[in-house]
Design a protein around this ligand. Sequence first.
Ligand code: AMP
Length: 357
Amino acid sequence: MILKKDIEEILNDYDKEKIVICTIGSHTALQIAKGARDENFSNLLLCVQKSEKFYNQFDIVDDVMRINSYEEILDEEIQDMLIERNSILIPHGSFVEYVGSKNIIDKLKVPMHGNRLVLEWESDRKKEREWFEKSKLRVPREFKSPDEIDSIAIVKFPGARGGGNYFIVKNEDEFYEKIGKINLPKEIKERYTIQEYVIGTRFYPHFFYSALDDRVELLGMDIRYESNVDGISRIPAVIQNEIQIEPSYVITGNIPVVMRESLLPELMEIARNLINSSKKLFRPGLIGPFCVELVLTDDLEFVCFEISARIVAGTNLFINGSPYSSLIYNEPMSMGRRICRDIRIAIKSQRLDEIIY
Ligand code: AMP
């Protein structure tokens, strides 16, 4: 395991005038590159062959470095080069998915924005649930085994797989019938979670926790556009019944949304509770961007079913700021830019070690 003090030692030798903001070319890389540019940092994207040309065409991208595979970022030689260039890594969804939270914690010695220990908590459903419960949030019921299913349930598999292979069941028989048809490696298939399917409206609020001044900011909100479930409603119910389409939950895009203003105080309380309990569960707790995935029921109850403790792709809607960010900032403040602003403020006040691990 790479300890925080190891990272601090590396950071101590950095030339703070020449910090480079670095991430993998995917997910929210353009937003992060623009955020770096807006905050007067240079940026570097690590790209595999198929994305190199795409990222190279943007003027806001200063430098693209070709890697053969995403895991290559763990190679000693590449890590040393990144450290030599005074790089600070920004983890995003694809970064965590491709490199793996365990590899990041055990092998990656390049300084990273935020507290990398959070990745263990967001990627393990048991730990995530413990975090939610400690934060006193309402969560969907979980069925420990298929014979407990007594309402509509969603079956999920581990990893940030963008909802791939999830399915809906009503009872035990249907569970076994459907899981038999799922094409996933055995070790992943066996680690399913069966969760009550919560009916209501979904919201994916984007928060930033500024550890430097102990403040939670709401910077935007989206709804995930998922295929094919969001397309099914366009087919009349009678035809749906005839052709028996199974809903799937693969993320294909994001739609902006705002929440009833009277619900925002409770939403902010949820975010604050998550921060407070994170400080107890994995010191110094969550730092920087996070998103709580939730359903609001018709009795206006928030049910939280997932947390992403890093920048989420829905923030790409707000590269020019959002209705919420413009209440806090008089300039276009994307999440990518907010992360870079955090680094800029920390450098100026010589507190970089407080927001990097
Ligand atoms: P997740 O991988 O947990 O983000 O789930 C992917 C998608 O499945 C979500 O964006 C929702 O549309 C749907 N989903 C997940 N869990 C639930 C739940 N407990 N109730 C209703 N919908 C859910």
